[in-house]
Design a protein around this ligand. Structure first.
Ligand code: AP5
Length: 187
């Protein structure tokens, strides 16, 4: 599951865990990455990782996915809280390049979105993070790039691509949309 920072990935996942009867294993890609980044590069701030060189970020991605593949062994339902497109100072880079997709073999790739104005406001209200100051247009651009990556990953892996809107006050709708995936149709 991906989305721009502030789209509400973690909020949706936490609520989903509360309402699902199924045991779902959730792993936050950024948390696994930062633990490895601390050891290898002495970085302690998760918002600093996207400013590392592409080579270093790629090394962290590969190490993180190997750890996640280990952790998810034997689990029926797994949700990875992650990013589809990483906004680095040199441009966007894939959050899930081919090597990662081949290791996790996703069934459904979910993009969580919200209105850009809402995302802007949510980021400004969150004082716990060192976020880059972005305009509404910057957020819109990142959203468009995410959709492009979503479709590329779907084409590469054969996974479903699903866009879920998590607008203000519509958390329940977003959660119910994803919840329905656990009960609808043949899996
Ligand atoms: P991480 O910390 O996971 O990413 P993030 O997107 O910055 O996390 P946030 O918690 O800010 O965003 P969120 O969308 O989860 O929003 P939240 O639910 O908190 O990742 C950190 C770093 O790891 C990345 O920057 C990157 O460097 C690295 N990384 C991760 N994956 C990678 C990968 N694959 N490859 C390389 N690097 C990777 O909600 C935000 C606020 O909105 C909350 O206050 C919440 O209450 C509110 N809110 C949410 N939904 C609603 C709603 N419906 N109505 C009203 N308020 C709402």
């Amino acid at each position: 599951m991906g989305g721009v920072p502030g789209a509400g990935k973690t909020t949706v996942i936490n609520k989903l865990k509360e309402v699902l009867k199924e045991d779902v294993f959730v792993v936050n890609f950024g948390t696994v990455m930062i633990d490895i980044a601390k050891e290898r590069f002495g970085i302690t701030d998760r918002d600093a990782m996207r400013k590392l060189s592409r080579v270093k970020q790629n090394e962290l991605q590969l190490a993180a996915i190997d750890k996640i593949v280990e952790l998810e062994k034997g689990k029926r339902y797994v949700i990875i809280d992650t990013h589809l497109a990483i906004k680095t100072p040199s441009g966007y880079m894939p959050g899930f390049p081919k090597e990662l997709l081949e290791k996790v073999k996703p069934e459904i790739i979910v993009l969580i979105t919200a209105r850009p104005e809402e995302i802007w406001e949510r980021r400004h209200l969150d004082t716990s993070r060192k976020r880059d100051l972005e305009s509404i247009d910057d957020i819109l651009e990142h959203e468009k790039i995410n959709i492009a990556y979503l479709m590329a990953y779907s084409a590469m892996s054969g996974a479903y691509a699903l866009i879920v809107r998590n607008n203000n006050g519509k958390l329940e709708d977003a959660v119910n949309r994803i919840k329905s995936l656990f009960y609808d149709g043949e899996k």
